[in-house]
Design a protein around this ligand. Structure first.
Ligand SMILES: Nc1ncnc2c1ncn2[C@@H]1O[C@H](COP(=O)(O)OP(=O)(O)OP(=O)(O)O)[C@@H](O)[C@H]1O
Ligand SMILES: [Mg+2]
Length: 261
């Protein structure tokens, strides 16, 4: 794959936490519109890799490129500026506010003069915008006027993901969404909803990196599967070129390395 098609590319990433080497010479890439699942046993380095990609942690060494350009993140804000959004679980939503306001948090539309001087928001416009965005993503959770505190865990997760998508789509048209076990606490139906949302976002051109322990979900949504094992990348294959037994073999370390070009 030519590198200029990558939404994001990491080369030779190392991450040490004191004596612990969490990542060892990891190369990773994700294309626009591609869903890559990142698998591996507990402690394999998946969350660490996402944190490096999201700007939450700085790598000890290695190179990161976004859209072919070298970047160096000092914070998640730096990453957000170039279209990279990490989905934090419902923690990042404001419970007392409605869905529409949560979707636009940080970029609220101010009411017209003179109410804007008082910091008043144009709630109608925000609701309209949110509806358009939710429709574009095919999300039907609850009315956008409903406060987040009245939503179930799954609905909140969907709102959190939709918000990341809205930010990415609005600021750059394309971008990268990073998700760390988004369905860990979800039931069947809500997992299906998240699964559809992931595919929908990919169809909009967003690059998606999904950390999950859920193999059925991985095989359902991914284009490519990357398996980490003790801080190293042990496998990097197209989903269609592998199967569950092989993936389990890489997760446990029983199967030998396979990095497809
Ligand atoms: N902040 C930290 N300080 C010290 N060590 C850390 C820190 N974060 C992670 N580690 C260590 O780095 C290694 C990789 O951890 P990481 O959280 O990336 O694993 P993971 O693949 O996400 O695992 P899980 O599936 O359990 O979430 C582990 O050995 C872990 O103990
Ligand atoms: Mg983790």
């Amino acid at each position: 794959m030519s590198n200029d098609k990558c939404a994001m590319r990491l080369v030779g990433i190392e991450k040490h936490y004191g004596y612990v080497q969490a990542l060892e010479n990891v190369d990773f890439r994700v294309r626009h519109g591609e869903v890559v699942s990142l698998l591996g046993d507990n402690g394999a380095g998946k969350s660490t890799l996402l944190k490096v990609m999201s700007g939450a942690h700085r790598p000890t060494s290695g190179l990161i490129e976004v859209d072919g350009k070298r970047v160096s993140f000092h914070s998640p804000h730096d990453a957000a500026k170039v279209g990279i959004q990490m989905v934090y679980q419902d923690l990042a939503l404001v419970e007392a506010l409605d869905i529409a306001t949560n979707l636009q948090l940080g970029e609220e539309s101010l009411a017209r003069f003179p109410w804007n001087l008082l910091g008043m928001l144009d709630r109608r416009k925000m609701q309209r915008d949110s509806l358009t965005q939710l429709e574009r993503l095919g999300v039907r959770t609850a009315p956008p006027t409903r406060p987040v505190e009245m939503l179930s865990g799954g609905q909140r997760q969907v709102v959190a993901i939709a918000r990341a998508a809205v930010r990415v789509l609005e600021t750059h048209g394309r971008g990268v969404i990073l998700m760390d076990e988004p369905t860990a606490a979800l039931g069947y139906e809500q997992t299906q909803m998240v699964q559809q949302l992931i595919r929908r976002m990919a169809d909009e051109g967003i690059a998606i990196v999904l950390v999950t322990h859920n193999l059925p979900l991985c095989f359902e949504v991914s284009d490519r599967v990357v398996v980490m094992n003790r801080g190293r990348k042990l496998a990097d294959v197209r989903k269609d070129d592998t199967d569950r037994d092989s993936v389990v073999g890489w997760i446990t370390g029983a199967k030998e390395e396979r990095i497809d070009a």
